[in-house]
Ligand binder design. Structure first.
Ligand SMILES: [Mn+2]
Length: 339
């Protein structure tokens, strides 16, 4: 027994069995849960005798995952470079909204293309023809494990490696709030199938390089501590970025907020990066014991995410974006103003 409804699970399997060719994608700034779930589903689909294609999406793929089975099959294309007429089903994984398919243009689906959404983000409104959304899961990869079990298909060592990468990364190495005993049991089951599991864990941690260090040093240099030391905002202006010569591609791998979150006094951590003039990447993190839902703040900014980790890409100036955040923080989280 899994948490997935057997009825919905068989409806999904039927839809897949009746399809001719299936599209899968990685979301912009893909993480291990995005790439891992896409590759696990890809291999499961091939196992079912289906034709499937995985595209890299807007930002290209994470090189640290290049050892994952199926990685070399990922086609370096964004959503708008795909001939959608070739496909009759699009399985959209780990994506809370159509903006997580592409941010290059407005995403719409032609009538010939059926869509299935499988996701664990709180803010997902269910924009597919069939939706499997459950925010109690810490990772889409853990949902896929349960789904594959419901389908009664064999989880191969290759599928196990991909699922393990997503589960390990999205739980922050089994420490974030939705990590359960079930998560550990599933991870153990997958690790038995893929004995080189430590390599998966190490790979998800090996994201640092000198460009990321340069980016972090910019963020550390521009910290502002607000609301009696409970909120910290770090900003990186386009000017700073250009002056330091940081390779802008690295911004997608930015985890400055994750680092700053390790300071115990800081309850909410916000990082603003001016990627381009008028395009701000916002990343939000909260300490677990604070009891906030950052996906509300992210939604106000046109983004999404989870209670403790959320983000958005805002088409406004750095100052305007920051002002919206500062105005709404005490409205959404009144305890900030009280202290
Ligand atoms: Mn995820």
């Amino acid at each position: 027994m899994t948490k997935i409804s057997p009825l919905l699970s068989s409806q999904l399997l039927e839809t897949i069995k009746n399809s001719r060719k299936i599209l899968l994608h990685c979301h912009p700034f893909p993480d291990e849960d995005s790439v891992g779930s896409a590759l696990a589903m890809y291999q499961a689909l091939l196992g079912l005798g289906k034709k499937a294609v995985v595209i890299s999406g807007d930002s290209g793929v994470l090189k640290n995952l290049s050892f994952l089975p199926g990685f070399k099959e990922i086609e370096e294309k964004n959503f708008f470079e795909v001939n959608l007429e070739e496909f009759d089903l699009f399985i959209i994984l780990d994506s809370a909204s159509p903006e997580m398919i592409s941010q290059l243009n407005k995403v719409t689906f032609p009538s010939n293309l059926k869509t299935i959404v499988i996701d664990h983000h709180d803010s997902n409104s269910g924009f597919g023809d069939i939706n499997l959304i459950d925010s109690s899961y810490p990772a889409t990869c853990q949902m896929l494990h349960d789904l594959f079990k419901e389908w009664g298909i064999t989880i191969t060592p290759e599928i196990a490696a991909c699922l393990l990468a997503g589960i390990y990364a999205d739980t922050g190495g089994f420490q974030y709030d939705k990590t359960s005993l079930e998560t550990l049991e599933i991870a153990c089951f997958l690790a038995r199938l893929y004995p080189d599991f430590r390599k998966v864990f190490q790979a998800t941690r090996k994201k640092l390089n000198k460009e990321i260090l340069k980016l972090r040093s910019l963020a550390y240099n521009n910290l502002e501590i607000l609301f009696d030391g409970q909120v910290v905002i770090s900003e990186i202006t386009l000017k700073d970025l250009e002056k330091s010569g940081v390779d802008k591609k690295i911004i997608s791998l930015n985890n400055v907020s994750d680092e700053l979150q390790l300071v115990a006094e800081w309850k909410i951590v916000i990082t603003l990066i001016e990627k381009e003039e008028g395009i701000i990447k916002v990343s939000l993190r909260a300490q677990e014991d604070v009891g906030v839902d950052l996906s509300q703040l992210a939604a106000l900014l046109g983004g999404g995410g989870h209670k403790l980790a959320a983000g958005a890409v805002v088409k406004k100036s750095l100052e305007e974006t920051k002002n919206i955040i500062l105005e709404n923080l005490p409205k959404l989280y009144p305890w900030l103003a009280k202290k």
